[in-house]
Design a protein around this ligand. Sequence first.
Ligand code: 3H9
Length: 690
Amino acid sequence: MTAFNDVTDLTLDGNVAVITLDSPPVNALSAIVRDGMYAAFGAAIADTSVAAIVLICAGRTFIAGADITEFGGASTGASLFDVQTIIEDSPKPVIAAIHGTALGGGLEVALCAHYRIAVPSAKCGLPEVNLGLLPGAGGTQRLPRITGPRKALELMTAGTHVAAAECLAMGLIDALANETALRADAVQYARKVVADAAPLHRVSDRAVEPMTSDDFTAFRQANAKKFRGFKAPEAIIQCVEAAVNLPFDEGIKVERTKFFEVVTSPESAAQRYVFFAERQVWKIPSVPATTPTRPIDSVGIIGSGTMGGGIAMTIANAGIAVTLIDTNQEALDRGLKTIRTNYERSMKNGRFTAEQVEERVGRIAGSLSMEDLSDVDLVIEAVYERMSIKKEIFTALDTICKPSAILATNTSGLNIDEIAAVTARPESVIGLHFFSPANVMRLVEVVRADHTADDVINTSMQLTKRIGKIAALVGVCPGFVGNRMLGQRAREAQALIEGGAMPWEVDQALYEFGFAMGPFQMIDLAGLDIGWVKDRSNGATIRDRLCELDRRGQKTSAGYYDYDAQRNASPSPVTEAIVREFASRSGIEPRSFTHEEIIERLVLPMINEGAKILAEGKAIRASDIDIIWINGYNWPAYRGGPMHYADTLGLANVLSRLRELEAEFGEQWKPAALLEQLVADGKSFADHRA
Ligand code: 3H9
């Protein structure tokens, strides 16, 4: 065996050289890996006893891509292009042997090999788009030469991980290996290539199927909504256009230019930040991963409404048995029927087969008796937000459930300590705050109460991962993290319209910022009358006035907006007149508001509240807050979340604007002490550690 450095070695298996990379955790293409590969391929090519070369990885995966941590730094060592060239130009056949995932730069290296073999469990993909990047090591030019440009566009703009069998069908790999014998099968494959004197296939030499400019336009149009605001998808499309229209070497030049554009963009910086934030969020300094967990094989859910039903589906999807409780048969039947309808809709969309639907529905048993929860491992209470009812339920659960059961509430903001206090086991009580619709939204705020035990926290975090969601651990405070910050935004949105801004101006500004909808569109959807009491309404707010006119949102075809029969919204002259009246009463001259002004008024108070949340220890780190906003409230990933956004604005700028707004509008704008401190120390939210 020859070791070229700490992560690369070469062994001879007869006349086949096997180059092994071993750079945990995911064999990313860091400088040392590139250097090792370059040296090892050079040696194998020079060694006259070698007839073929196998590239394989140790550990859990084949190369999972470029080393993301190296972007933005000075480049050292052999370049990725040097490595790819030495492989593709090798006079001896090179076989890439793939297990785990061959992703991004990893697949792009494999595409320079002359043959690819993979175990059945392997997956291949060019997921750079998720990092705001494009496949920048020839992927945009080579993939269309294998799959055709249309399929390549789909795969690269979605960042799909493709299973080995499908890779084989589309020609991305040449053979499947035995799951447990990749090395031996790859060596045998190499020997056969030599014995057959099989050609040295170079993907770059292949022709690309044609695709017309009309087809490209149609692809752009079909995906316009999905791509909105992101830079990378359009850059990928332009690279594929180059692949179709230009020779390979020219296409590569286009790819390099476009890669440089995206890798230096703030959008990609934000998306790479999110990649690491998504991995950080699971790490709880006071609850290490080694903390024990309680087994969860059965879950009881109380409340079969929208929330309870959505949670039941999510849990059943993960193969866990659910007992769904409601107080009357009619409500329960309705809840179970909605679950079935939702599953059948997914079946029509091709997400599940009929068999999978039956399997899932079969895992959810309805019951009218909480006594049926005596043996479940976890109960999630999802009834409406009234403390007295929650206390009643938890008092009952405390006597019904087995001692090891975890008792969770899905409250979106009530005091969980108060709920836990009615039980004799507050250490087993926790908040699992799902977001609506729970079977779709990825976020769960895991809410740690004063006495919640570490094993209960760890079990809840692991369960969240198991059901395919992302969890952020937060502390008890009104609204927890997400809704507490949303409250600040909602307050300022109201203040803006009371100051003469039109609701549609506010919504449009947020839409252009990257949200799917603005606060007034949201209220129209949910209903203006949530929390509005007719008898007590005295026209004190714009909302009161609209409700008094029976403008209660989409359901009455009128709210802040007017709606036609198809529920298309248009600005309402009635709302406009009320907004103007409120403004003139306060002596405010009519004027239009810039989008920048609106965004500042809505986002700065969220950032300020986020700083208070951090200082109070209600979130572990700023990036956890960003995860909450991206996954629970559709904050655009390419802006990295409110706290990252604040860092990009510069905290000193945020602070000085808050001070100015405080002088203009008063106390509610007072900058958080943590913000003052970070600015004084020259630090950012990303630097902050509790
Ligand atoms: C690219 O290739 C650009 C090229 O086209 C052009 C270049 C010129 N770099 O996810 P996990 C870390 S862009 C550095 O928890 P899993 C990760 O942070 C890249 N670090 O494991 C974590 O660290 P920690 C295109 C990386 O088993 C640890 O590895 N490739 C990288 O659930 C374990 O990760 C991609 O976008 C990396 N590339 O999933 C693939 N990848 O333990 C990105 C991971 O300290 N990676 N780490 O928290 C993934 O999708 C998943 O990590 C993978 C494993 C599926 C591989």
